[in-house]
Design a protein around this ligand. Structure first.
Ligand code: FMN
Ligand code: SF4
Length: 440
């Protein structure tokens, strides 16, 4: 099954990243239409009617979220979340690198829709080359009159600022992002109040992902019904999916939502190397509960993945084939979240630390099968009890791995115990993932 390219149309065309290249393909036509033909409320209704759901993780309706911002004269803000730090996610990077004006146009239109004067793109620190590309494109948009104090001589003001983060995964959480933008340490805030009511500098703020905002010009140009023509009833449009791990053709693929997951993993990404099979896969980044080979025919939609006990999240598929040790994969996953936990709340701070230590003991042969019960129980106690969902983001995949691959965890403990307690004198994290047998 081929890709369905909307955001990725002409993505590799030379010059697309320049304003001329973008305008040659109809770029900034949607902004003109939004300025001259549509009222902000019509823009918001069209976004809501399109069914566009956030592409950054939670999958909430963009138009609905925009409608939560109060009307009135107070200063409002738009924040584009370009932090993209979750393992497996790399779609926003390509969208910004190769088509920055699509995002800038989306930010300008979304700002008009909610009445925001200032828009910020919060980009992860490690994407410094992409930030330079964005800065250049923003400069071109200012020069052409698409941004600034009086855009296209309409008296409407939209300023856009590219802000570089400092490389912390937690700053992708929307309220930590706001604190970081304000110059504080990026720690999540207690919600409510939600950013739509009290966000950046205390003002109403719409926060959306790069891909979500990149869809906006297409919806304004073609209409909500056109957008709904792609995908399923609850998952409309296309999705840029990042596929990585044990596949022959890793990369970003834009698909129509609803195609079988197998088509993405095998058809587009080539499946695992010859002779191997899919053992586990994360359908929505490392924070999604893992699925197995038996789930490969699930339609790739928010609702179908949720029904199967996982989630679409940011749309990042990570594939583990039968050479991968699931206990080691669980350990690596836990260690990432432990490292990135901001430490503000106890279940996450202590739970990620403790889980990492226990999984390390499993892999080293210092655990007992009873410890698996405790590990599983602790994940259940973390889920739903943290200030933000970073704690759940570890507990959900780790819990799913222990539940679905219990036999392998037990075999790993047994094999490592037979080899002698502490037989593994190095950290298993110092080398590539292997099978349990090789690890022992
Ligand atoms: C720990 C953590 C990290 C996150 N990182 C990102 C990120 O890098 N990019 C992103 O768009 N959303 C990220 N999110 C989700 C955001 O909090 C928020 O839901 C999203 O930016 C909203 O945009 P959307 O509705 O367009 O998806 C993260 C959430 C958490 C809890
Ligand atoms: S869940 Fe983790 S990252 Fe989120 S606030 Fe609590 S300690 Fe910080």
């Amino acid at each position: 099954m081929p890709e369905t390219r909307v955001l990725f149309r002409d993505i590799d065309a030379p010059g697309l990243a320049t304003i001329q290249g973008y305008r040659d393909r109809g770029g900034y036509g949607a902004l003109k239409r939004a300025l001259h033909e549509l009222e902000p409320d019509e823009l918001l209704s069209s976004l809501e009617d399109s069914g566009l759901r956030g592409r950054g993780g939670a999958g909430f309706s963009m138009g609905k979220k925009g409608s939560f911002l109060p009307r009135g004269e107070m200063e409002k803000y738009l924040c584009c979340n370009a932090d993209e730090s979750e393992p497996g996610a790399f779609k926003d990077r390509e969208l910004m690198q190769k088509n920055p004006h699509q995002l800038i146009e989306g930010c300008a239109i979304a700002s008009l829709a909610v009445g925001a004067t200032y828009a910020f793109v919060f980009i992860r620190g490690e994407y410094w080359e992409i930030a330079d590309i964005l800065d250049r494109a923003v400069g071109e948009a200012y020069d052409a009159g698409y941004l600034g104090a009086d855009i296209l001589d309409t008296g409407v003001r939209v300023e856009l600022i590219v802000h570089r983060g400092a490389g912390a995964y937690i700053c992708g959480e929307e309220t930590a992002l706001l604190d970081a933008l304000e110059g504080k340490r990026g720690n999540p805030r207690l919600k409510p109040p939600f950013p739509a009511i009290q966000g950046l500098y205390g003002g109403p703020t719409l926060i959306n992902n790069v891909e979500t905002l990149s869809n906006v010009p297409h919806i304004v140009n073609n209409g909500a019904d056109w957008f709904k023509g792609f995908g399923s009833e609850q998952s409309t449009g296309t999705k840029v999916v990042s596929v990585s791990g044990c596949v022959q053709r890793p990369g970003n693929y834009e698909i129509e939502l609803g195609i079988p997951s197998r088509e993405i993993i095998y058809g587009l990404a080539g499946g695992p190397p010859k002779g191997r099979r899919v053992k586990a896969w994360f359908p929505g980044g490392s924070s999604a509960p893992v699925l197995t080979e038996a789930d490969l025919d699930l339609p790739y939609t928010f609702e179908d993945l949720a029904k199967a006990g996982s989630m679409l999240g940011s749309g990042s598929i990570i594939v583990a084939d039968d050479t991968i040790s699931i206990p080691e994969l669980a350990l690596r996953t836990a260690r990432f979240y432990h490292h990135e936990s901001c430490g503000k709340c106890t279940p996450c701070r202590e739970g990620t630390n403790w889980t990492t230590k226990m999984l390390d003991r499993v892999v080293r042969g210092e655990a007992t099968p009873m410890d698996l019960e405790i590990i599983a129980g602790v994940q259940e106690k973390i889920i739903g009890h943290c200030l933000c969902v970073l704690g759940d983001s570890m507990a959900m995949p780790v819990g799913s791995m222990v539940a679905k691959f219990r036999d392998e965890f037990e075999a790993t403990i047994e094999a490592a115990r037979e080899a002698g307690h502490g037989a593994l004198d190095h950290s298993p994290l110092d080398r590539p993932l292997t099978t349990g047998a090789q690890a022992a």
